[in-house]
Design a binder for this molecule. Sequence first.
Ligand code: HEM
Length: 371
Amino acid sequence: MATAAAARALARATARPVSFRTTATRSSLATLSRPAYRQQSRRGYASDAAPKSGSSGLIWGLLGAAVLGGGGYYLATNDLGAAKKEAGPFVPKYEDYEKVYNAVAKALEEHDEYEDGSYGPVLLRLAWHASGTYDAETGTGGSNGATMRFAPEGDHGANAGLKTARDFLEPIKAQFPWITYSDLWILAGVAAIQEMQGPIIPYRPGRSDRDMSFCTPDGRLPDASKEQKHLRAIFGRMGFNDQEIVALSGAHALGRCHTDRSGYDGPWTFSPTVLTNDYFRLLLDEKWQWRKWNGPKQYEDVSTKTLMMLPTDMVLTKDKGFRPWVEKYAKDNDAFFKDFSAVVLRLFELGVPFTVAEDQRWTFKPRVSST
Ligand code: HEM
């Protein structure tokens, strides 16, 4: 644990120029620069970020209880000999979701035996693949349902390896049985980004789990061997434009490819458990060549041959619509964080019939410290 924590600290210290996150001019919580949070407390539990309470929150709570509680969880009070009275269905509140957030963050911290020291990247990939099946035209797919629990969706080639992430979350689901899998997977994605020092991602609960008849057909997620036309078709189907495709792709600062999952191999950056704009910087600053190997076509960096880029990554530097955004994010980590937060928030909410208003989203304070 100490070794991985030290490795992450080293990565943070070496991966970025010291000035990269000093701008604090943005006003919304979604884009607050992280040091501001970290100065407040280290490994703290937040209680200062609760949403405004109001009638819409109450309405949401009552409606949400019907969906989330599934009728199964009731609280009863018994005050000193008084007749036991039903307190009604358990309505999970901000504090309850915050406990789940903190449990995920703690599990991430504790289970640093996983590759590169963190389950964070694979958790983020789970949340993205749960959401990225959305089809705006038919309103099918998206993060509502958690249908990847079932074959055939769980067995789709694109989802290879994500059982690792689902299994990681099982003990947390057991600890908080009132939360739906679909809300849990997305909350875990939020925690993964924030605990890997990414921006704050506002969150709303309200997803319900659905049966296997809601599984989406194979082929809705992007194919890494393809070009810009494919990327625009896949992300356009979800409702995303060029700028958003590029911002979302910045997630590849995190994690790595596995020959036994996608067939591809290796990490995109030198600090795969810390979210930075390094993916964009490396795309532009490094020289890339086709890797000569017995595997699918991928790029390797000429100088170290330890990093990789997928064909779909490299396309972002070649296409006229994508490239200006790569250049912008390579120069400006704050701009990347701001846009990444906004687009991930939208991604994670695709296909969800929320009963809580957009201005009632919650934010959770990261447990991780920057030092
Ligand atoms: C642009 C289209 C995209 C393509 C073609 C693509 C493709 C891939 C592939 C092939 C892998 C390797 C999987 C493995 O072997 O384990 C991967 C990993 C990953 N992807 Fe993407 N991806 C795309 C977009 C995204 C987006 C939008 C996100 C999140 C917002 C994301 C987050 C991740 C993460 C975090 C990993 C690392 C997982 C790990 O370390 O286990 N990707 N992606």
